[in-house]
Write a protein that binds this ligand. Structure first.
Ligand code: SAH
Length: 388
């Protein structure tokens, strides 16, 4: 936890340890000089100054830090003594006890830097570092900010609904939020895990049910961010896949509010995979197309090219298509897809209620009606679907 940017650092030795330290130091922005009679070819000589000769006491002149990494403890001792005499911190790789300074096992998660030292045992230090890192990344060790980071919106793609399918970055954003503006779809079970002081605002709309207008969602996001709060906009799947994510991002940018987007596992692919259906498969399909079915073919507002989907050969994935399924299936058959093309509907993908219904393209809408399929559901059409 010292700023080495632009500061001279001396590495004595050029074995494996020295090579690794040199790389770390260069990454930290240090001006590294390496001194060793035999320098390994993979040392980063491009940016470090390398002197192929034995250590000389004058090498420590002007250094902020010295690393004694030779495999000869006499030389390391000499380097350490010379550094000590010049009031320069020296790390001895071979002898923690005789070292004046120690390197730590470091991990960086968000704005945390975790640095662990464990009685000179680097393996134990790394184990503790790893354990802390896992807990931090998983949100199990959630350390909320004392004060709000302030005035920002994070669009989080929540995945199809199972909390396990939310990314670790998304989960941490959620655990750090002051306000969560949530949809109906996505990992809504997680909301119960949030600390009580977190305000949860549900703007989710049932299909055809009452909806919070996009306008008032936008206002919510901006007003809360401007009041200095960290706002998480939790969305189902990926925020930029049929999710109006860009509209919310643009509104923030226009309002001068800081905004960040965390990608999510989209239901377009997750529903298929969870149902055991590969969207591409060698020899069967080399492409898939995701389309929205919220407008029926022929609707003037639709920009989906149903004809091209009909005479194409790749897999077709439809979101928001339950209520228009009959018209869509007919249009695909008119466009050239065989009536016997296999199709599947995955309802409530990733949730305990997940159901998969399979049939031919010309009967899939009827099957949906018989089984009373309701949104959310993804429809997959193509030979990648295996019928029993
Ligand atoms: N941004 C989201 C899609 C939003 S549109 C994403 O990337 O997944 C809403 C549609 O997504 C639903 O009508 C349905 O087609 C699909 N969907 C979302 N979650 C789903 C789930 N758990 N199971 C099946 N379909 C789902």
């Amino acid at each position: 936890m010292v700023d080495l940017t632009g500061r001279p650092v001396l590495v004595v030795g050029a074995g494996r340890v020295a090579v690794r330290r040199t790389a770390d130091l260069l990454a930290a922005g240090a001006l590294v000089t390496v001194v060793a009679p035999d320098v390994a070819p993979d040392i980063d000589a491009g940016t470090a100054a390398v002197h192929r000769r034995p250590f000389r006491p004058s090498d420590v002149d002007g250094q902020w830090l010295v690393l004694a990494c030779t495999d000869d403890s006499d030389i390391n001792a000499e380097v350490a003594q010379t550094a000590e005499a010049n009031r320069i911190w020296c790390v001895r790789a071979d002898d923690a006890e005789r070292s004046a300074a120690w390197l730590t096992a470091v991990s960086r998660v968000d704005d945390f830097t975790v640095a662990v030292s464990a009685g000179g045992d680097p393996l134990r230090a790394r184990r503790l570092r790893n354990a802390i890192e896992v807990e931090l990344r998983s949100g199990d060790l959630a350390v909320r900010r004392g004060r709000s980071a302030g005035g920002k919106v994070v669009l989080v793609g929540g995945g199809p609904g199972d909390p396990d399918l939310l990314s670790l970055r998304g989960l941490r954003a959620l655990l750090d939020a002051d306000v969560v503006v949530t949809d109906r779809l996505g990992p809504t079970d997680l909301l119960a895990r949030l600390p009580p002081e977190v305000e949860v605002i549900d703007v989710g709309k049932e299909p055809r049910g009452p909806a919070t207008s996009q306008e008032s969602i936008n206002t919510l996001l901006i007003d809360n961010a401007r009041a200095g709060r960290t706002v998480v906009r939790l969305k189902g799947g990926d925020p930029f896949v049929l999710g109006r994510g860009t509209e919310e991002v643009d509104v923030c940018i226009d309002a001068g509010v800081e905004v960040e987007v965390v990608p999510g596992v989209t239901s377009a692919t997750a529903a298929a995979t969870l149902a055991g259906i590969p969207l591409t498969e060698r020899g069967t399909a080399q492409q898939f197309t995701v389309a929205s079915g919220h407008l029926p073919p022929g609707d003037p507002r639709s920009t989906v090219n149903w004809d091209s989907l009909g005479h194409g050969t790749g897999t077709v994935v439809l979101l928001m298509a339950v209520s228009n399924l009959e018209k869509i299936a007919m249009s695909l058959i008119d466009g050239g897809r065989a009536a016997t093309t296999p199709a599947a509907i995955v309802e409530n993908a990733s949730l305990p209620e997940q159901r998969v219904i399979r049939g031919h393209l010309d009967e899939i809408a009827e099957l949906a009606a018989t089984h009373q399929v309701v949104p959310p559901a993804v429809v997959i059409i193509g030979d990648v679907v295996r019928l029993p």
